[in-house]
Design a binder for this molecule. Sequence first.
Ligand SMILES: [Zn+2]
Length: 315
Amino acid sequence: MNNRTEQLKITDFNKLHYNHGYIPVYRGKDTTYDKFWEFIDLPLLCINYFTLRERTSLFKKCLKNTLADALGYYGETILVGVGQDIKLDKISNQEYLEDIRRLSPDYVTSLDTHTYKTDPNLIKRHQTYKAVDNALYLLSKEIECEVIPLVKGTNRKQISWGIEEMNKEFNIKSYMFPCQELSQAGDMKEIYVFLRKMNDLNAISFLYGFNNPKRINYYIFPDYICGSGYFMKINDGKVYYIDKYGRFQLNSFEELEKYEITCNLECCKGKIPEIENKKQLAAHNICVLNEMFQEEKRKRGAYPWGLKPQEVKVV
Ligand SMILES: [Zn+2]
């Protein structure tokens, strides 16, 4: 590591003190879920850069006043540069950097690239290099927030290579793996590879777009899961809850009414909010998802985070 790299360790990584497992992603698409955080004590929030940008008036306000002031959210923020192919192609690292400086999040991820399992190998490799390049670009700049590199790759070799390349040059404490499609498809192989690598490096792991909380188990256990399932399920007419046997459930509002299901967590202290109270329901879902994550963590005991390496077989 050279002197320049040493100088770039700007702030203290340890300030990532939030020890809940679930971080909601705020997309800012419309006003429905704005300020849902006012209903709970939420110390950390992911904000999607690309979806926020689409709500032009709010985005302009954020650029002018910083994210915290424009959104009225004063916990810690992670600005996430994960977006759809077409949007990614239209933005440069320089432009992203300029916006980061104006938005002033506490943490920021590098810019995403798009890779699919069905792409030809040459494209997959190219996109993996590009993702590393994007991360190294941000890591080499002097910015007020911590950089969380995004990890890309469609196989074990690519994923490991990218992490090692970044780790060679910078003292990186946390990495984020965008895995929306993989987790939806139930394709956990690459997620294992990422988590194993995090375990080897003793790094903090984030799974982004992980909207399948039931898949959190012995083998898939990151430090944080980031997702927008907490409100997407409400839009589908469903809500998360813990049943009387302590099991984690997802069910429709009709079923909740029928069986008079209640919530004893901090969010509700009794009755689960009505379907019209979307912000309150979002807050409730976040509390339930956190509780579920914490419960899994307790069950793991000796392996509070990451994986127990010998137990994991990756083909
Ligand atoms: Zn509740």
